[in-house]
Design a protein around this ligand. Structure first.
Ligand code: SF4
Ligand code: SF4
Ligand code: FES
Length: 236
């Protein structure tokens, strides 16, 4: 049996959160997501949590598991010791149990305009990139917007308007794209009171990212571009 302790909170019924304990029949290779699905199907059909792909691709099963932000579908119960403790992501309002409200996160995501900004008429052509230009997007396009890094960052809590590591990495992804022509706008979005200067380089985001990405490096790159623009007036 695996002992699973799960955070519970229903704002319509509970004045505060609490933990429920479950004994789940263990089988080799079981993930935390599978343990939660067992609880849902056999113990308590009211348990709230999100998942979709079960393959570490959609980012929806991000949770705080045994002291660390992780994807439940990519975390083996056998790697967690005698007891598994599951909580929702921090720094996002809890809707119910393990389900957090991502509305504010995705509103800020829209603010960075996460699409190519390029008014050049296309005609019948494609917007081509050289292999070198495409290689600049490696370790940027892989972000699955799971918000593990957002939850781990102390400054997404103190400034709810702070873009945070995930969205600054996304901003860097478009800043780095040779097909995007809004370089000055991208830098201005980073060089904002709720942008890169809120980051104090604590590296929590790098430590937790399940895709091994490096939001802190993106923030450093955008800080460099912002300083250059302030001193030289050039956006590059
Ligand atoms: S490095 Fe910056 S963005 Fe990442 S967790 Fe630390 S303060 Fe937040
Ligand atoms: S940078 Fe990593 S931790 Fe942050 S949202 Fe993207 S995949 Fe998740
Ligand atoms: S269910 Fe999609 S990342 Fe876990």
């Amino acid at each position: 049996m695996a002992k699973i302790s799960v955070f519970r909170y229903d704002p319509e019924l509970d004045s505060a959160g609490y933990f429920d304990e479950f004994d789940v029949p263990y089988r080799s290779g079981m993930t935390v997501l599978e343990a939660l699905l067992h609880i849902l199907e056999h113990e308590d059909g009211s348990l709230g949590f999100r998942y979709a792909c079960r393959s570490a691709v959609c980012g929806s099963c991000a949770m705080h598991i045994n002291g660390r932000y992780r994807l439940a579908c990519a975390t083996q119960v056998s790697d967690l010791g005698d007891r598994v403790v599951v909580r929702p992501l921090y720094h996002l309002p809890v809707i119910r149990d393990l389900v957090v409200d991502m509305t504010g996160f995705f509103q800020k995501y829209e603010r960075i305009r996460p699409w190519l900004l390029n008014e050049t008429p296309l005609g019948d052509e494609e917007r081509r990139q050289s292999p070198e230009e495409r290689a600049r997007l490696d370790n940027l396009v892989e972000c699955i917007l799971c918000a593990c890094c957002h939850a781990s960052c102390p400054f997404t809590h103190t400034d709810p308007e702070y873009l945070g590591p995930a969205l600054l990495l996304k901003l860097d992804r478009f800043y780095a794209d040779s097909r995007d022509l809004a370089t000055a706008d991208r830098i201005a979005a980073a060089d904002d009171e709720h942008g890169v200067w809120r980051c104090h380089t604590a590296y929590n985001c790098v430590e937790v990212c399940p895709k091994d990405l490096n939001p802190t490096a993106s923030i450093a790159r955008l800080k460099g571009a912002a300083i250059k623009r302030r001193f030289t007036g050039r956006a590059e």
